[in-house]
Design a protein around this ligand. Structure first.
Ligand code: ARG
Length: 467
């Protein structure tokens, strides 16, 4: 069959050009959105008296038939029809005859493809928020189970101060909360209808854009027709939010990899989420977090790719913009793949509380607290810091930890020490001393969990309203 736009041409398109310019290989993922948009458009054409109702009904039935055939894999997409829009239209005409050619009245592929992308991403942003929410839930369950688990907290990956493992996990709950809020916020800019912008300038037909918006549940329509067809900010925004999500997942991944090493031995990932080695029989590898860490690169790449595609593009539509799709699809798939594994992987993770406790007992992460003790006795902090520095050095040279020292040994460094120091140095005391809003004391972490559950209920409500 000839091209839908063949009238002005005297020659067949070179087949290499067909293949080079076609997007059907990937934009067939938009079939459902494309038909959803077309159904709303043709309904509007009927309502505005642009097409007779009889034609509208025929076209609608035809579109539904085409959709059904796509679902049943009964349609063979063709590269010479370039993209999903023309493939659907060709199949519609094959289904119902020339009346199918009336569907494209008052519309261009430029506003059509933009509409498809808005519809597509709108759905994905809700799905992904739901998946992040599931991950938060798994983290909160682990946090609740570990409100009494003390673990070294690190800075520079050196032991710094003891913290609750629950507190560490709740840091990620906060990070994923921001991710969810960013996605929710972006929804406002995704949920705007471009259709009716035509190729770039609007259309000569008396269409009703607001009616189409209402049918497709868009909150607003684009104000400016050129902007409507040229805007890919909403995709860029999604790709940047996705990059931040992957960055967060990669940080958690790195910690899971470290923690499950023999050297740390803080956690064990469930067998169902690990893989073995083809040569070393003893190996149990944390492939999932490793691969999430690795796949973060392609998500950043997709953001850089689209930023570069759009840079310096003149208004309005340019074919360059067809390059907006693969990176977006790939990002959605990469994120969904990671998130769908992460929630159950965290839920089934075993926490080695004994080993964490051993680690805390064998370090100097309580040193700040004896400095604070001396400060309480009136010593200026800078001097207290010096005294404890010397005490720690003495311990290191004598193979001891602070709790192993006798009171006499302590007194070599300062006369201000007394028996109370042994209580101050207990990991529980150290943790609970940080009884400040957002700190690691047990009561504070328990409160933080409660506050996060309030936020999570708000997410649930938003998800329900946007399903
Ligand atoms: N396949 C095209 C894309 O994804 C659809 C829009 C084509 N418009 C055009 N004027 N060639 O960008």
């Amino acid at each position: 069959m000839s091209k839908l736009w063949g009238g002005r041409f005297t020659k067949q398109t070179n087949h290499l050009v067909d293949e080079y310019t076609a997007s059907i290989g990937f934009d067939q993922a938009l079939a459902e959105e494309d038909i959803q948009g077309s159904l709303a458009h043709v309904t509007m054409l009927g309502k505005c008296g642009i097409l007779p109702q009889e034609d509208v009904e025929t076209i609608k039935a035809g579109l539904n038939k085409v959709l059904e055939k796509i679902h049943n894999n009964e349609i063979e997409f063709s590269v010479s029809d370039e993209d999903i829009h023309m493939n659907v239209e060709k199949n519609l005409i094959a289904e119902i005859g020339p009346v199918g050619g009336k569907l494209h009245t008052g519309r261009s592929r430029n506003d059509q493809v933009a509409t498809d992308m808005h519809l597509y991403l709108r759905k994905r942003v809700v799905e992904l928020s739901g998946m992040l929410h599931e991950l938060q839930k798994a983290l909160v369950v682990q946090a609740r189970d570990n409100l009494d688990t003390i673990v070294p907290g690190y800075t520079h990956l050196q032991r710094a101060q003891p913290i609750l493992f629950a507190h560490h996990l709740m840091a990620y709950v906060s990070m994923f909360q921001r991710d969810i809020e960013r996605l929710m916020d972006s929804y406002k800019r995704i949920n705007v209808l471009p259709l009716g912008a035509g190729a770039l300038a609007g259309t000569t037909f008396p269409i009703d854009r607001h009616f189409v918006a209402e049918q497709l549940q868009f909150d607003r329509v684009y104000e400016n027709s050129l902007d409507a067809v040229s805007d890919r900010d909403f995709i860029l925004e999604f790709l940047s939010h996705a990059s931040i999500i992957m960055m967060h997942l990669s940080r958690l991944s790195e910690e899971l990899v470290l923690w499950s090493s023999t050297e740390f031995n803080f956690i064990e990932l469930d067998d169902a989420f690990c893989t073995g080695s083809s040569i070393m029989p003893q190996k149990k590898n944390p492939d999932v977090p490793e691969l999430v860490r690795g796949k973060t690169g392609r998500v950043y790449g997709n953001l850089m790719g689209l930023l570069t595609v759009l840079k310096s593009l003149p208004l309005a539509y340019n074919k360059d913009m067809q390059e907006d799709k693969e990176g977006m699809f790939d990002t959605v798939a990469t994120l969904e793949g990671a998130l769908q594994l992460f929630a159950p992987m965290i839920a089934t993770m075993k926490v080695n509380k004994t080993r964490m406790r051993e680690a805390v007992n064998k370090d100097f992460s309580n040193a700040t607290d004896i400095a604070d003790f001396l400060v309480g006795k009136g010593l200026p902090f800078r001097q207290a810091h010096e005294v404890i520095g010397k005490t720690v050095l003495y311990c290191i040279q004598n193979g001891k930890y602070l709790l192993d020292l006798t009171l006499d040994e302590f007194k070599q460094f300062s006369e201000l020490f007394d028996d109370a120091i042994y209580e101050v140095l207990q990991p529980e005391t150290v943790v609970n001393a940080r009884n400040v809003y957002g700190g690691t004391a047990t009561d504070q972490v328990a409160d933080a969990i409660k506050r996060s559950e309030v936020l999570m209920r708000m997410t649930e409500q938003w998800l329900e309203e946007h399903q």
